[in-house]
Design a protein around this ligand. Structure first.
Ligand code: 5GP
Ligand code: ZN
Length: 116
């Protein structure tokens, strides 16, 4: 369920401090420690899922839930109106560095496309 070696599981458990912005039964959100935009929130499932490559059928509902919550967080953070970006870096080429699935919810400035 949770992985004691995983930094994000430890944040959920309150063992590592984080600036929480949202929590419900299945998800947890907190500010990125190294923000790349004026608003940069990490939204994670409470269940330890490594990445989008390692999802199981039991993650079906929570993955949908996370996208709904991402929109709510954007509204709560005041970036929904101007636009925001939701990113899930998955694996090496994408630059994933923490192996507990997370959505970056970012906004507060115009963003380029394609990403680097
Ligand atoms: P990834 O590169 O895996 O998509 O994103 C991992 C993100 O987690 C990075 O943006 C990084 O700044 C953030 N991060 C890593 N360690 C911590 C931490 O201990 N606390 C918080 N709040 N963010 C972290
Ligand atoms: Zn974890």
């Amino acid at each position: 369920m949770s992985d004691s070696n995983c930094i994000f599981c430890r944040i959920i458990a309150g063992q590592i401090p984080a600036a929480k912005v949202y929590e419900d039964e299945h998800s947890f959100a907190f500010r990125d420690i190294n923000p790349q935009a004026p608003v940069h929130v990490l939204l994670i499932p409470k269940r330890h899922v490594v990445s989008l490559k390692e999802t199981a059928s039991e993650d079906h509902a929570v993955l949908g839930h996370l996208l709904i919550v991402a929109g709510k967080i954007a509204a709560q953070e005041g970036i929904a109106e101007n636009g925001f970006r939701v990113v899930a870096n998955s694996g090496g080429d994408a630059g994933q560095t923490v192996f507990h699935l997370h959505l970056h919810v970012m906004g507060g400035r115009p963003m380029a496309w394609p990403p680097g």
